[in-house]
Ligand binder design. Structure first.
Ligand code: HSE
Length: 313
């Protein structure tokens, strides 16, 4: 039986433009790490939370009742823990309030780490509901579009009506995701509260059409159809204004040949899907457009089939 386990969980793109709260994509090369060590106590506690600079995090709480990671791990441990408790060390790799699924990555890494302490760890599908408990605490809503891709990897369809089941979708060949993170912050819980409560029938129909077409286009590897359907006519128009560089970055992405470009989750991050051969150049163009607005930024290029969370040690 392991005394310690460390898990990595990737960042993710929520909504993926077409599927508000029900579609998400895992990202390569950026994520959170959580180490769990067994303790004699009965509960989940937190030893330390480190920020991107490796220093103790200035904002994230070490109080286990108010940290996304420990809330998720506690939910899992209450249901499946064998004995004793566990203490977590959280290392943030995903910037806070970035629209990159930061809270989801912490929640998923924590649950995967404590699961890794068990003699017979449970399969990922059994972990989803527990990771969601942590995410719900952070974002104020039940949406799995960051937690599910962070846990399973790839592109996941996860409408609330289906939870805790989800669908792993086929991804097109030769298309990558570019994610640009401008140094701004958007609080997801507040951004969700500001959304209109209803949508007109014509808009609902249009968005449904995009979602269905996009999923079909990905499965058929039809790049032209992906470009025609990767659109958000409901949520993006309500949120774009809060991200001052959005229009400039999106214009640069579309000029650079992106199939589509929108906010990642509630923003401020902005993603584009693009032919893999053009992805590096596209990331550079998007960064240049962002800096021209006076906003510092960072970008990542990711496969659309990035792996999900895993135990590392
Ligand atoms: N689907 C969520 C939202 C994702 O857009 O509010 C938050 O990252």
């Amino acid at each position: 039986m392991a005394d310690r386990a460390t898990a990595f969980a990737p960042a993710s793109i929520g909504n993926l433009a077409v599927g508000f709260d029900m579609l998400g994509l895992a990202l390569d090369g950026v994520g959170d790490r959580v180490e769990a060590r067994r303790t004699d106590g009965e509960a989940i506690t937190i030893d330390a939370v480190y920020g991107l600079d490796g220093e103790p995090h200035p904002y994230l709480p070490t109080d286990a009742d108010s940290n996304t990671a420990s809330i998720a791990a506690q939910s899992f441990w209450q249901a499946h823990g064998d004995r004793g408790g566990a203490a977590l060390t959280i290392r943030k790799g995903v910037p806070l309030q970035s629209g990159m699924g930061s809270s989801a990555a912490s929640a998923v890494a924590a649950v995967v780490a404590v699961n890794g302490l068990l003699e017979e760890p449970l399969p990922p599908a059994k972990l989803l509901a527990h990771a969601l408990e942590g995410e719900q605490y952070a974002s104020g809503g039940l949406h799995a579009d960051n937690v599910a891709p962070s846990l399973f990897g790839g592109m996941i369809l996860c409408p609330e009506s289906l939870l805790p089941d989800t669908v792993s979708l086929a991804v097109p060949e030769g298309i990558s995701a570019v994610l640009l993170h401008p140094e701004l912050q958007v609080n997801t819980a507040q951004a969700r509260k500001r959304l209109l409560r209803s949508v007109s029938l014509p808009l609902w129909l249009e968005q449904q059409g995009y979602l269905a077409t996009f999923i079909a286009a990905c499965a058929a590897n039809d790049h032209a159809l992906i470009a025609r359907s990767l659109k958000d006519v409901v949520i993006e128009p309500q949120r774009a204004e809060a991200v001052s560089c959005f229009e400039a970055v999106r214009d640069a992405a579309m000029r650079g040949g992106a199939a589509g470009c929108s906010l990642s989750g509630s923003g401020p991050s902005i993603f584009a899907l693009v032919a893999t051969a053009r992805a590096g150049n596209l990331a550079t163009s998007m960064e240049q457009a962002c800096r021209a607005m006076g906003i510092e930024c960072q970008s990542w290029v990711s496969s659309m089939s990035a792996p999900g969370a895993r135990v590392e040690a």
